[in-house]
Design a binder for this molecule. Structure first.
Ligand code: ADP
Ligand code: ASP
Ligand code: MG
Length: 408
């Protein structure tokens, strides 16, 4: 008998019919004698709808109130799912994040989990209940409702698995595992039986939304056995996220291609080339709680230099405002931006022992006439910023060039 945490994403609970299907799946595991904690997301589209309502009231919404609103999506699905499991003949009880309690910090809309009380859940499990816990939400030390950032139910599930020392955390979604790239963009993408934590962390942080990055961090840190599976198919082992690099010799050097659509680039032109300039530009950006991704400073010329960086597209206008407000102070000539860029990355632990991956990538993009605007590398990834209109072409090209297309 094992303790298993099962997370079901939005499409898996998109209708009452699908919720009944989830309940049937949970009942099958329960019938085998396992203890089950279920973590559903909101019904698909619901979080967007709720945040849309908020935007109709205020363009500059109070993050605390946004969390009060957004968290209601999951409150509906936990109740429905608990009832559906009861209909299957099992005892079930639902809890919101603050009832459990999932203690987070107070960073509304992207809070971090600090601690989970396991007492109530353990007591219920001991009495034979299936425990249904709302994903995506918690409460801070003052009892304010918080949410964990988009896609945050993955993290709720893994954190619960860690707190309760579960035997496995299963992430059920609308694809049957982690693929070499998003199978919706590249039909030739292959499902991976295993992927290392390190690679999954890169894939998630570079835009593959199949798992929220914090869920992968948590699973790595607390040694949670994490598996991604289809909620629509009964067969299949999905993809196991593994610690070891136990790959066969002929495994490709690149394990996957990740991409992020909603990026934007800003350039501060003609700033004095002197110590402290990067801090003077990025300090105010950080103070405004804007996450900066890639950064490039050009070689100085005539005592001045250009400084470029990327941010999430949603933060573009705010960043532009910050830069305009410091422009005179830092002595910059001009501020320009580009909202129509995206980031495409090749990821693979095999890169460590194989030089030349970057040049293969750049050649492949050049042959398709795709101009690279920025480049960034780490030991196991190479990312390029390109025009968003080339996203699909670039992802397909790299997927093929690195030998990832499935053979039919
Ligand atoms: P859920 O609602 O279940 O949390 P998400 O939409 O958040 O589901 O994540 C699943 C989606 O992630 C898939 O439908 C797929 O389009 C996308 N995706 C992106 N990259 C990958 C990848 N490498 N492997 C599998 N799916 C991916
Ligand atoms: N419902 C939340 C969202 O849409 C959390 C999740 O689905 O994981 O982002
Ligand atoms: Mg998700």
């Amino acid at each position: 008998m094992a303790l298993i945490v099962q997370k079901f994403g939005g499409t898996s609970v998109a209708s009452t019919e699908r919720i009944k299907n989830v309940a049937r799946r949970v009942a099958r595991w329960k019938a085998q004698g396992h203890d089950i904690i279920v973590v559903p997301s909101a019904m698909s589209g619901e979080t967007n709808r709720l945040l849309g309502l908020a935007r109709e009231i205020s363009e500059n919404a109070d993050p605390r109130e946004l969390d009060v609103i957004a968290s209601t999506g999951e409150q509906v699905t936990i109740g429905l799912l608990a009832m559906a499991i009861q209909e299957q003949g099992y005892k079930a009880k639902s809890y919101t994040g603050s009832q459990v309690r999932v203690l987070t910090d107070s960073t509304f809309t992207k809070a971090r989990i600090l601690k989970i009380d396991d007492e109530r859940i353990r007591a219920d499990l001991d009495q034979g209940y299936v425990v249904v816990v709302a994903g995506f939400q918690g409460a801070d030390a003052d009892g304010n409702i918080t949410t964990l950032g988009r896609g945050g139910s993955d993290t709720s599930a893994v954190a619960l698995a860690a707190a309760l020392n579960a035997d496995e955390c299963q992430i059920y979604t609308d694809v049957d595992g982690v693929y070499t790239t998003d199978p919706r963009i590249v039909p030739e993408a292959r499902k991976l039986d295993t992927i290392t934590f390190e690679e999954m962390l890169e894939m998630a942080s570079l835009g593959s939304k199949v798992l929220q990055i914090r869920s992968v961090e948590f699973a790595g840190k607390y040694k949670v056995k994490l598996r991604v599976l289809s909620s629509f198919e009964d067969e299949g082992e999905g993809t196991l996220i593994t610690v070891e690099e136990n790959k066969p010799m002929e495994q490709p050097i690149i394990s996957g291609i990740a991409f992020a659509r909603d990026e934007a680039k800003l350039t501060v032109l003609g700033v004095p080339d002197r110590p402290g300039i990067a801090y003077q530009i990025l300090g105010p950006v950080a103070d405004a709680k804007i996450d900066v991704d890639m950064i490039i400073q050009n070689v100085g010329h005539d005592g001045t230099t250009d400084f470029s960086f990327t941010v999430a597209r949603a933060d573009y206008n705010k960043t532009l405002g910050v830069l305009e407000s410091v422009k005179a102070h830092i002595g910059a000539r001009e501020i320009v931006g580009d909202k129509h860029i995206c980031k495409v990355s090749a990821v693979g632990v095999g890169m460590r022992s194989h030089p030349g991956v970057a040049s293969s990538m750049f050649r492949a993009l050049a042959e398709e006439g795709i101009n690279i605007k920025m480049i960034s590398t780490s030991e196991i990834k190479i990312s390029v910023v390109i025009d968003e209109k080339y996203l699909e072409l670039a992802v397909r090209t790299l997927h093929k060039v690195f030998g990832l297309d499935k053979e039919d």
